[in-house]
Design a protein around this ligand. Structure first.
Ligand code: BTN
Length: 279
């Protein structure tokens, strides 16, 4: 823990500790008024042997890291910037499934605390009304090819006003407050998120990805049969979404009719993306 002077920040970290009913997630909790990146700090702690469940939360990030080398806009006092240290007994090939797990946990927390209708855009963006409200960045620490730890970084735009977003992001990103019209208690949201994360993580370790798949598909149902472009490491692919493979890979039929398995990339939905209703 660090020194704090702002009562809002103090309220956030103190009520979070009081609200937490998890076994190990959020314990211990390191809270910072400001930090460069909670992920960078968590990676340092993981290398020093920090236990599974150790959580770093900051009120503000000055160098928030996004996927694909982007930055994550992290203004003070309004959002959630969280990194969780995990030590799953899985290989480096399986570990990226944590991204899909985390997206489901965020969606469940949004439904529970805000009553909104989130959608997941593969692999792990959480959108509401086609605007991104959450980003997830998982970083693996390995030794001789074996997974030592996994830092799961989650940024949720909770109460950010429109002015907190740079103009170029305002048609692509939003916050739970802007969409739902109500300020959300950050501590209550974070406690719900850590609870869902822990529950899904235990399920994943015990039963593997197939146990998470129905929930992921529920939140990502709007993507099925959509035309998308994927900026993948192997190049840009245009195709129609067929579904999710048993290991979490995205299945597509590309524009030449060939089935493709996509393991990583950035998806853009042609014609917009809204999740369908629960069947
Ligand atoms: C994305 O680009 O969609 C991923 C964004 C991940 C942001 C979170 S905020 C908490 C953690 N610390 C970071 O520096 N990044 C992640």
């Amino acid at each position: 823990m660090s020194d704090r002077s702002d009562p809002d920040e103090q309220e956030f970290s103190v009520s979070l500790s009081q609200l937490l009913t998890t076994q190990s997630f959020g314990k211990p909790l390191h809270f910072f008024p400001t930090i460069d990146s909670t992920n960078t700090y968590a990676v340092k702690l993981a290398h020093q042997g920090a236990s599974e469940g150790t959580t770093i939360i900051a009120d503000e990030q000055t160098g928030g890291k996004g996927r694909l080398g982007r930055t994550w806009v992290s203004p003070p006092g309004v959002n959630l910037y969280l990194s969780l240290i995990l030590r799953p007994p899985v290989s480096t090939g399986i570990a990226p499934q944590i991204n899909l797990l985390a997206a489901v946990a965020v969606a469940e927390a949004i439904v529970q605390v805000c009553g909104l209708t989130p959608a997941i855009k593969w692999p792990n963006d959480v959108l509401i009304d086609e605007k991104k409200v959450c980003g997830i960045l998982a970083e693996m620490q390995t030794e001789a090819g074996a997974l030592q730890s996994l830092v799961l970084g989650i940024g949720v735009n909770v109460n950010a006003p429109l002015a907190a977003f740079p103009p170029e992001l305002r048609d692509k990103a939003s916050s739970l407050f802007l969409i739902g019209g109500q300020m959300i208690n950050r501590a209550a949201f974070t406690a719900a998120l850590l609870t869902h994360l822990e529950k899904l993580y235990v399920l994943w370790i015990e039963k593997g990805f197939p146990a998470l798949r129905p929930a992921w598909e529920h939140y990502a149902s709007g993507l099925i049969s959509k035309q998308i472009t994927v900026a993948a490491p192997e190049g840009t692919i245009v195709g129609t979404v067929l579904g999710l493979d048993s290991d979490g890979a995205l299945l597509l039929r590309d524009s030449s009719g060939t089935p493709r398995r996509i393991l990583a990339g950035d998806v853009t939905v042609i014609g917009g993306y809204t999740r369908g209703e629960k069947p």
